[in-house]
Design a protein around this ligand. Sequence first.
Ligand SMILES: Cc1cc2nc3c(=O)[nH]c(=O)nc-3n(C[C@H](O)[C@H](O)[C@H](O)COP(=O)(O)OP(=O)(O)OC[C@H]3O[C@@H](n4cnc5c(N)ncnc54)[C@H](O)[C@@H]3O)c2cc1C
Length: 455
Amino acid sequence: MTSQQLPRVCVIGAGPSGITAAKRLQDHGIPFDCFEAGDEVGGNWYFKNPNGMSACYQSLHIDTSKWRLAFEDYPVPDEWPDFPHHAQLFEYFKNYVDHFGLRDKILFDTLVTAAERQPDGRWLVTASDGRTRAYDALIVCNGHHWDPRMPDYPGEFDGVLMHSHAYNDPFDPVDMRGKRVVVVGMGNSGLDIASELSQRFLAARLTVSARRGVWVLPKYVHGAVGDRRRMPPWIPRKVALKMKQRFVRKFRGEMEFYGLPAPDHKPFEAHPSASEEFLHRAGCGDIAFKPAITALEGPRVRFADGSVEEVDVIVCATGYHISFPFFDDPELLPDSDNRLPLFKQMMKPGIDNLFYLGLAQPLPTLVNFAEQQSKLVAAYLTGRYLPPDPDGMREDIRAAETARTGRYYDSPRHTIQVEFEPYVRDMQREMARGAKRAAAAGNALPVPARALDRV
Ligand SMILES: Cc1cc2nc3c(=O)[nH]c(=O)nc-3n(C[C@H](O)[C@H](O)[C@H](O)COP(=O)(O)OP(=O)(O)OC[C@H]3O[C@@H](n4cnc5c(N)ncnc54)[C@H](O)[C@@H]3O)c2cc1C
């Protein structure tokens, strides 16, 4: 089969997900263009990305260890520390693209502004260069950490109210020295920023406000990188979860020991917050805790326990909306609670030429998650995989939803939560089943090559 006969694909985004999807398409001779809004690859890991979409801050080190984030066909440098800095990741992604000769296929500084599915199934993709191009399939890799979710507090605030997305360092965009700062939220950004600003020579007072407590997990366990420990796949998932929960309680102790609010859930029933610094800073008394903010009152902030404090800056580390501004069709968009049910976190039943990659919060890593997903996409586009029919897909989505809601507390934060290894094992089984379905259908291409308008 020549590449001419294969469907022509549009990839939106050249962050880690987009570049690894592009690499897989190239490996299989599938023609594609990759559109990137910024002037370089790397997405979130490009600090001060001129496209304004990166949530990186100056001190950010990845929470996933180097042992778990590497692409399977491109090792990370030996000299890297266990938890590399964002600048090292940025170099790694640039080198990956150059090593595999992908750079020429990426249209930089080109924002996709509209992607419309035609009645015949083809996608018309319009970009900021003013051109509209036709594609047979669309792979969406636009990331889900760039559209800040701001809390809606009643009242007016005289100080600075900002999202963690805008935070670069203790002096930019706000000089935090001597300021009374409230960091809202105890996810990973919240813990990092609070740890950083709580140093005595920076904020005059650092308060963390959160609706509920969290389990702060260790990055090292008995001197070794924690995320390298894997449960043997033969241990049932419920048993494995219980063992991990027991371990965290024993190893870390209760969160109240460090002065933190008690979590209302068990370890691993929320997307983990991991930090070696935060508990120490809290234990040193440099971080105070408050419940949720209930009102803004000029120079003061009111909390759910009735207390009121004078505050200069509020940093909301309150997460992100999942957004696809290039889609108009509500069927392709998540609801206001970040819910967008997809088969294997990728495909919408009834739409046979659209894939959302990297639209997950996988543990322990999202960096190389789309690399695994793109195996299924490439097999599909080359006629070696067929998914179940739409009813079968819906059934699978329901089962995955039930497992997820039984495991994590209900929150927009958890609608795309998955575990990396079980997900990949499940996908491998599904690919084997789908290979049989494809063979039974004569390995015909499920997405015909019809987009003749070349770039
Ligand atoms: C503070 C922070 C810490 C994190 N820490 C970790 C961690 O420890 N481990 C981990 O695995 N993950 C972490 N992440 C998650 C991070 O999102 C992923 O590691 C990774 O960047 C996801 O890659 P992606 O390609 O899916 O998305 P992104 O990295 O967001 O890349 C998306 C790309 O798409 C481009 N784009 C978007 N819209 C368009 C458009 N319309 N047209 C053209 N181009 C477009 C953007 O310019 C960008 O380059 C963290 C995220 C944040 C914010």
